[in-house]
Design a protein around this ligand. Sequence first.
Ligand code: SF4
Ligand code: SF4
Length: 423
Amino acid sequence: MADYREMWKDLGMDVEQHDVLCEVLPQAVGDVFLSQENRPERMDYFDFVLAEVHGVRPAELVEFKKNGGKVFGTFCAYVPDEVIFAGGGIATGLCAGSQFWVPGGEKVLPANVCPLIKASVGARLERTCPFFRLVDVLVGETTCDGKKKAYEILANDVPMHVMDLPQMKREKDITKWAEEVKDLAALVEEQTGNKITEENLAANIVKFNKKRQALERLYAARKSENLPISGTDTLLISQIAYYDDPDRFTEKVNVLCEELEKRIADGFSVFPAGTKRILVSGTPMAIPNWKLHNIIETSGGAVVCEETCTGTRYFENQVDESGKTLDEMYQNIASRYMGINCACFTPNEARIDDVLRLAKEYKVDGVIDCHLKFCGLYDIESNAVVKALQAEGIPALALETDYTDTDAQQLKTRIEAFIETLN
Ligand code: SF4
Ligand code: SF4
């Protein structure tokens, strides 16, 4: 990574502590990504973004702020980027995926909170992530209990707006979410001093639909018999989706897809024949959490799809573009986002239907349903997911993990044994 120490200092970061994190990144990138064979050439852009993860994009955001721009930090796939960008703001995802930040979170949170929450709180309070330092406002949401309480702690340190996400999906809940989307719009207008108009909201609905379509195209390439890209590389792209400039990201994904589609036409695969096709379902994998994919893809499997928020939940379903008034557009945005099936909803059969559908669409040999330790929602739902898969004759394995490496060998043993049983 180039030298961004001055910028990090200006952001009030603990630069010495941050150096410790920077030191381990090149090794991890080498082990997980560069060791893979036959990677698409057009992964070069995403490798660059990763190598400069705490440099290039934060520098762009700092420049944007110098010109009066406002940056909104988000934590969840339910927060609609369309609205933030329509008001001239920039949204950036903040979920943290490294064990490095967990001890900092544990200073203010009980140990039995999921690592994603602990790492996110630790990254802000320990001043070791530039994204967490540069945001003007955090936008939280009432998904799981751990996040709700963590937002109360973060609110002592940085302005916080919490969206009240309904926990059921009746018509009246979708209308209620549309009201929350409207409240977010009011916050964005207040922060940026800009007006959200029918024109700029409609343009941003189209912009983010295009981004979702690019990801859909990327995932469609993974339905092919010969796999043109690894799951590990695709996971990196899904993680970068949360914080990269949306237009540039869309363009780079489409350029990559051209290469992948040529590979499919040429019958080229990054995996040897007979590699078992795996669907991963469960909790999201925030950057730089690549543990599960790395283990699966070095144990005779290929991850062909993720039913997670760093996967299909992020991009499936478009916002209806036919809305003319702001109210119609807010309602259409609410409908699209309420179509995401997170385990925080009840009842949540639609998520099980998604897992079954994706298992068939991606012609998988087996499903690994994996949740982060102390995530009660996905842990409880795992039983129903596995039963539904088994009832359809689809082999399934339920796993729990965290951000440490202490269980890596045990996970590898279980995953290898599971893959060996697949026909
Ligand atoms: S798993 Fe649920 S709470 Fe977490 S990012 Fe996805 S939608 Fe939000
Ligand atoms: S993984 Fe589970 S506990 Fe952790 S933030 Fe997501 S929903 Fe909450």
